[in-house]
Write a protein that binds this ligand. Sequence first.
Ligand SMILES: Cc1ncc(COP(=O)(O)O)c(C=O)c1O
Length: 454
Amino acid sequence: MTQVKVFLRDDEIPTKWYNILPDMPTPMKPPLHPGTGKPIDPEDLAPVFPVNLIEQEVSSDRWIDIPEEVIEKYLIWRPTPLYRALALERILDAPVKIFFKHEGVSPPGSHKPNTAIPQAYYNKVFGIKRLTTETGAGQWGCALSFACMMFGLECKVYMVRISYQQKPYRRLMMMTWGANCIPSPSEQTEAGRKILAKHPDSPGSLGIAISEAIEDAVVDESARYSLGSVLNHVLLHQTIVGLEAQKQMEKLGLYPDVVMGCAGGGSNFAGLALPFVRDKINGKDISIVACEPASCPTLTRGPYAYDFGDTNQTTPLLPMYTLGHDFVPAPIHAGGLRYHGMAPIISHLVKENIIEPRAYHQIKTFKAGVQWAQTEGFIPAPETNHVIAAVIDEANRAKEEGKEKVILFNWSGHGIMDLAAYDAYLSGKLTDYELSDEEIQKGLKAIEGFPKPC
Ligand SMILES: Cc1ncc(COP(=O)(O)O)c(C=O)c1O
């Protein structure tokens, strides 16, 4: 009998997160203060984040202890199973073994609570009463709502308007966990009002929603802002995925040739990949592939530059691949991948050629997601469909080349709340969005004159 699942016992859960910063092959560029153009002082971030999380953001310790209170909550759904996609392998008839970390088993349905739980915990310990955040597809908003409920914090979520309309059940999940969720841009912040005055029908974007959530937090001393991706501490928390996967692959006596994930802000991809990036830096021969939407091609068509993390220019300038902070991506159903920038850690590793980016059009990703559902059963989130399309390509390539490969990827979330997107695909209404070079250049006008990281 072929083994299709590998479980870890509760007492095998990793008790430390992995911080890649001390292992980077070249030093990363620092975030800059937009006013002075000088590296920011971590204290500048104090109105936005609690100090204990700022310390993690800049830490150079390779291993960081996971607090017991966080492990206790993780154990609700972690360690997550490692599955082998045997049915898909048979259909593809390629010389590959395909493994995936099933992050859809968490209560909100994705990898996002891996960081929501520690972020709520560290805010609580610091004495914060209320968290604000943005959400794209609603997965992150749900995760933070769930985490705030676990630690007795209030939660306010600015949800990108297009997703708010497409995914009403996500809002209801957030409300069930006691959070307040409103569509962004909203009339409740200066940033939202500014956008609505210019574009009353704005579909919103993650960049806009981030501006609103930060503004809401900084005017209230008992509140802080929480970000679901991009930042170092978020990627750090997500490494529990890759650390578990390494133990599970070891139990099988296998090591992956290719590690893959979809990338919006970079967190689920990083979570699985960074422990393997460490192996690659130490000499392992392994491909590490990040998959993004062709309509929001940050890594494949954007420059490596300094840019703001949000539309309203409230964050420090981050060194990253970017399409410009004013760029509003086409309204694809993978709301969590509609972000103009990319995590500085992932950006740095792409620039160093350690990570390879690939881009996929929406229709191809849904075709892959439906093929997955019809073989493996689980219905993937639209974001996850991007990596599934890439895995199928990789398998077909292995077949053409006659090479045996072990593929490991992050199945970042389920799509049970995204069925309207599947409806659009199944009824032939889904479209691809071509992005011209002119549109990309237009978006990049916003960062002309900014400092350059190289
Ligand atoms: C299921 C799922 N996968 C992937 C992503 C992309 O985010 P990140 O790149 O931070 O993992 C999201 C974001 O909302 C998501 O909900």
